[in-house]
Write a new protein. Structure first.
Length: 307
């Protein structure tokens, strides 16, 4: 058995992470002024947000074509892979997962295992890294898919946007109607129902940034304080390095037992949330899926986060 791991660019894995864990990345297209840009290939992180802040037109997103997905599959077949895990961003905000399911149903030359992580950005990256680590550690496909589902059960997210205009414009906010008339007056706190449909919804409203920040911090504390397993947290941002550094510094001080990582909200997700969005995703520490010798632990069943 030879297992490959493929994900999409909304995971925002670094080149070093992809090389270390043997992960391939499918770039997601952005459409802007009738031109297609591949995420972080044809348009970079800072470049995208600079253009977003000055352009009179706004971008939309597409998804990798069926033909592109099949080309990647052909590559894995040519290299002798028997199985391919394809980890996609949430089916609650994109139809890409369903298209991968269709491709998998038609493919008989290789076993394709689609996985809907019900989230995006760092949550998707964590799933891809866990899969890559398990492959390298010799885990079979059943154990890998089991652990991916277990990780998803422990995953949660909070994020804060400057306003809801981008999410409303692109139709990615499930309860947008409840915020009509108040967009500019509040700091909405958003989440995704990772253990259900993977859709985005605003779960709270605060009048000021600091109050919204404290609300998110209290949520994290209450949702993780009684977990029997160790937690890792990723703080990430839409081109707001200063705020990201402030969040990281505070969380490292307030939660010294939690592993804290950093990442970005790149172009294809930035289309929907806008510049200056701040976010945090957490879940079970990936290291805890392995024993002290680096061998995968079988039959892990984590407590599901109940948000």
């Amino acid at each position: 058995m030879k297992i490959g791991v493929l994900t999409d660019s909304s995971s925002y894995l670094t080149k070093e992470q992809c090389e270390k864990y043997g992960i391939d990345v499918l770039p997601i297209p952005i459409i802007w002024d009738n031109k297609e840009y591949l995420d972080l290939i044809d348009i970079g992180f800072h470049e995208f947000y600079e253009k977003l802040s000055t352009s009179s037109t706004l971008p939309t997103t597409s998804q990798p074509s069926t033909g592109t997905v099949k080309k990647y599959i052909d590559k894995y077949i040519d290299e002798g892979y028997t199985d391919l895990i394809i980890i996609t961003l949430s089916s609650g905000i994109s139809s890409f997962y369903n298209n991968v399911l269709s491709v998998a149903d038609e493919e008989s030359r290789i076993n394709i295992h689609p996985f809907d992580c019900k989230i995006t950005c760092a949550g998707e990256a964590n799933a891809a890294i866990l899969a890559g680590r398990l492959v390298k550690a010799g885990a079979d496909i059943d154990l890998i898919m089991h652990d991916l589902k277990d990780l998803r059960n422990t995953t949660d997210v909070r994020f804060m946007v400057d306003n809801l205009n981008h999410l409303k414009r692109t139709g990615r906010l499930s309860n947008a109607a409840s915020f009509v008339g108040s967009i500019l007056k509040i700091k909405p706190i958003l989440s995704m129902d990772v253990q259900n449909e993977g859709k985005i919804s605003a779960i709270a409203k605060e009048r000021h940034y600091k109050r919204a920040y404290n609300h998110i911090k209290k949520d994290f504390d209450s949702l993780t304080s009684d977990m029997s397993y160790p937690i890792q947290l990723t703080i990430f941002h839409a081109d707001d390095e200063e705020r990201k550094n402030e969040w990281v510094s505070d969380y490292k001080s307030s939660f010294p037992k939690v592993k804290i990582y950093q990442s970005i909200i790149g172009p294809v997700v930035g289309v929907h949330v806008g510049q200056h969005t701040m976010a945090m995703i957490w879940g079970r520490d990936l290291d805890s899926y392995f024993d002290e010798n680096g061998k995968p632990i079988k039959d892990i069943k984590s407590k599901v986060v109940e948000d």
